[in-house]
Write a protein that binds this ligand. Sequence first.
Ligand code: SF4
Length: 425
Amino acid sequence: MSYSLYFHIPFCTHRCAYCDFNTYAGQEDSIPAYVDALCKEIEFVGQSSHAERSGSTVEAHTLFFGGGTPSLLSPKRFEKILRTIRDHFDLIEDVEITVEANPGTVSFDDLKTLHSLGINRISFGVQSANPEELRMLERIHDFFDVIDAVEWARKAGFDNLNLDLIYGLPEQTLTSWRATVQRILDLHPEHISAYALTLEHGTPFGRWSARGLLPIPDPDLAADMYEWASEAFDAAGYGQYEISNWARVKDESRKLKDKSAAGSSSFIFYPSSFECRHNLQYWRGLPYLGFGAGAHGYANNYRYSNTLRIKTYIERMNEYRKSNIEFPLSPATVNQHHQSVGDDMSEYMMTGLRLTREGIAAPAFRRRFGRELSEVYSREINDLIQLGLLEWHEEACEGYESSQALRLTRRGRLLGNQVFIRFVE
Ligand code: SF4
């Protein structure tokens, strides 16, 4: 089984008004100590995985640096982290390595160095092309920074770029959203993510909304924005593969390259488009290890998460003395949950149904749980089919030439939460 590895970089130069991620502004002085602690955690988990697996090294097929703003780290620090990862994990030849970047924090020289280090995918947080909307979100970049960042990334050699968008913003109109979508398509990224704004408790947006001060679009308008964008992405050659994610098809030479990489020691299903292989690992319920403050992981029947605060994370990684902590946990772990089969099934349904094209294949469910999908969830599935939110379809997926798979209908994509809640344990 090939793993995915996630590295959390919890630093931002400014906190955006809608953000509830585990990230901190004004703590950049801690970056050197944080990177040292991160490398210690990578080393610790790499060594404990050896012990657990009788000396064999964990194979990884994706690495993802998320945040926060990973692009605040210098290329030298990335080099150090990547060297530590390669020393303790077995990376497949065609490993996908993504770095999230704020378009206001990158330079051509840094992107060039990152590419030379083996990083092969950049995910830019664009959010909007409209200056007023970017100001309201308190983003530090403008759309000219996005144009520069994409141009520099191309020149630096990146042929796999994601651009992140948010719709349903305060005072956003269908016209301004359409303009954003069009400007994004003009940049020809390989991958686009478009998420609806969520108002999180404890953020300025959450507080202003509770006091009636935030004129967000009503749900019908937000649904229109989603549907309009889906059609525009589709018309521009992007295939939707997840509720909020679209990817371009790869050319033939690229597909062949991926096929040869699949000759690694374990079975990996390679997409024939620029789908994000790292995120597919989450949605398919496959194992991943999380490193860094607030990072989450799922492996060896554990779901776990690390301490949130940067200072505590550094202290924990510097001060541990005994090492009776078992793989995949580390001295930074503060929450761990041993998964029951019921937990696993429920999560498998909720994440797998996000995959709008492949859905959940009945044979894959049987292989994983030894039971029939249509029997375990017969009542829920029948109810949701009656409501027009789920459908069975025939699809070649994950090693099966053709199989019955359960997936969301077009209507179900708009009402995903009503579907997922039916599978909560
Ligand atoms: S840049 Fe991203 S992670 Fe940082 S505060 Fe803004 S939304 Fe949050």
